[in-house]
Design a protein around this ligand. Structure first.
Ligand code: DX5
Ligand code: ZN
Length: 225
């Protein structure tokens, strides 16, 4: 199946965001990945729903909103109204209290779906993929972080691909249909091994924004050049 390429606007020029997003659409991006960071769940602060609203106006491509924030359930409505098409929340945002983890994750996923938006769960590199098992039938998407979240331009963690392979296997065994997304450290050099592992959606920040020909970079990541 054709791979979905999602440039991350974390690597964009924030003063020219409208032009940057229009350029990504012209260059053949399939979706736009929006990295929301709160300075607590991860160190840096990026942007909130106001930026997503602006990006929504600048493109007709679907918007994939990656919430690296604590208490994501308090923000779903804002991002839904801003125009998100996909919203992903971190498993780790709920893991601190195992007695409420499952109830809270099920509730936030339902909340996202009730807005007519596709929902997903994200795991950090240090989190074992097995923790996702109870939620696989509830999500449209699983996002496997292949770097520690917080910054663009980090090195890909190869063991992430073992998680992808486990997810591919479980999806088939249980006849499920969630998509598998990877985020962090994707380059033109490692894209083929990532595609071969069974990833459906590939996020790329620096690999797209640092390329002199962004359209070509997107084709290479997709395996078309
Ligand atoms: C990292 C973000 C990523 C980041 C990827 O916390 O979630 O989406 O933008 O950047 P690259 O592709 O440069 O690793
Ligand atoms: Zn991201």
């Amino acid at each position: 199946m054709r791979k979905i390429i999602l440039p991350s606007i974390l690597s964009a020029d924030f003063c020219r965001m409208g032009e940057e997003v229009a350029m990504l659409e012209k260059s053949g991006a399939d979706m736009i990945h929006c990295d929301v960071m709160d300075g607590t769940f991860v160190g840096p602060i990026t942007f909130g729903a106001q930026m997503v609203k602006g990006v929504r106006k600048a493109t007709s491509l679907p918007l994939d909103v990656h919430l690296m924030i604590v208490h994501p359930e308090t923000q779903i409505e804002r991002f839904a109204k801003a125009g998100a098409d996909f919203i992903t929340v971190h498993y780790e945002a709920y893991h601190a209290d195992p007695s409420t983890e499952k109830e809270k994750i099920c509730s936030v996923l339902k909340n996202i779906k009730d807005f007519g938006i596709k929902c997903g769960l994200v795991i950090n590199p240090a989190t074992p993929v097995e923790v996702l098992k109870p939620y696989l039938s509830l999500v449209d998407l699983i996002l496997v972080m292949s770097v520690v979240p917080g910054y663009g331009g980090q090195k890909f963690i190869p063991s992430s691909l073992e998680k992808v392979k486990a997810l591919v296997k479980w999806r088939e065994e249980q006849s499920l249909s969630f998509a598998i997304e990877i985020d962090g450290g994707v380059t033109e050099e490692n894209a083929s091994v990532i595609r071969e592992a069974g990833v459906d959606m590939i996020v790329a920040g620096s690999a797209v924004f640092k390329a002199s020909d962004r359209a070509r970079a997107i084709r290479i990541l997709r395996g078309e050049a």
